[in-house]
Design a protein. Structure first.
Length: 287
């Protein structure tokens, strides 16, 4: 197996105990930074004999919408990409792999924050550092759906849709055919819930994603008299856990929609956005 380590602004080094190619990268690597990975994938699999994305999309079969599956590509030497860094770094690497169409390569994650959304999704939160390292090097692949948006950015752990000013949401958010929220952009009457947007996460099985409404400001002003719980400030969750629809896609139309993927906000607000399941799955090495 060919191991390639993408160290995204981390000091982690495998050392001589593991035969791995080390690449030092910025915290969020760009397409240019990851050009070497494109070359590695081409060397490992010069010709992909399996159906192309266009052929899959044109096929009457809907097998790609079911449970995530192992990649049909079988290179002579398997390629495993190990990403150490943040969820945003993992998103950047997965995005490059998806756009260049080599999601057949295995992907392992060494998070700097083991409690991050991607760490939880990939089953790493309850593992020790040694266990995460062993899993990354020799653990099994357990495919998961690849969730992307219409800008071609892959969600590694979570994404948010909110108003650019953190005000009540003006627009509608739908998961498949289920309406998650309808927001007027105005505060609700007393006793009613005001939608401020939505948070979505990929799922490890079909259909691909789950979402919940955000029912309070994401960045509320500091409170003068915080309540305490166990000696710590008690901050209620802005999510509504009573309605969490799952689906293959999430769509929204409205005004001033700020899209944030794995903590990285888009450069400008939009009026429409779609997140949906890609035709190929991520070959995730996870616990």
């Amino acid at each position: 197996m060919r191991l390639v380590h993408c160290a995204c602004d981390t000091g982690f080094i495998f050392g001589g105990a593991v035969d791995v190619e080390e690449h030092r990268l910025p915290a969020i690597p760009s397409r240019k930074d990851l050009r070497f990975l494109d070359e590695v994938a081409r060397l490992v699999l010069p010709v992909d004999p399996t159906p192309s994305l266009q052929e899959i999309a044109a096929s009457p079969s809907v097998s790609h919408l079911g449970e995530p599956t192992f990649a049909p590509q079988q290179p002579d030497e398997p390629l495993r990409v190990i990403v150490s860094g943040t969820d945003a770094a993992l998103s950047a690497v997965l995005t490059r792999m998806m756009r260049a169409d080599y999601l057949w390569a295995e992907v392992a994650y060494l998070p700097v924050d083991p409690t991050s959304p991607a760490s939880v999704l990939w089953g790493l939160a309850d593992l020790s550092s040694a266990e995460r390292l062993a899993l990354a090097v020799s653990g099994p692949v357990r495919p998961i759906p690849c969730i992307r948006n219409d800008s071609g950015v892959v969600v590694a752990g979570s994404a948010m849709l909110q108003h650019v000013d953190d005000a009540p949401y003006f627009g509608e958010i739908v998961v498949d055919s289920t309406v998650l929220i309808r927001g007027t952009g105005e505060p609700a009457r007393r006793g009613a819930v005001t939608p401020y947007g939505a948070r979505l996460v990929p799922t490890v099985s079909a259909p691909g994603l789950a979402a919940a409404a955000i029912v309070g400001p994401v960045n509320p002003p500091a409170r003068r008299f915080p309540r305490l719980w166990g000696g710590r400030e008690f901050v209620p969750s802005p999510l509504d856990p009573t309605h969490t629809p799952t689906g293959r896609a999430l769509q929204s139309g409205g005004q001033g929609i700020l899209v944030t993927v794995d903590g990285v906000a888009a450069k400008r607000p939009v009026e429409r956005v779609t997140f949906y399941r890609h035709l190929r799955d991520i070959q995730a090495v996870r616990g």
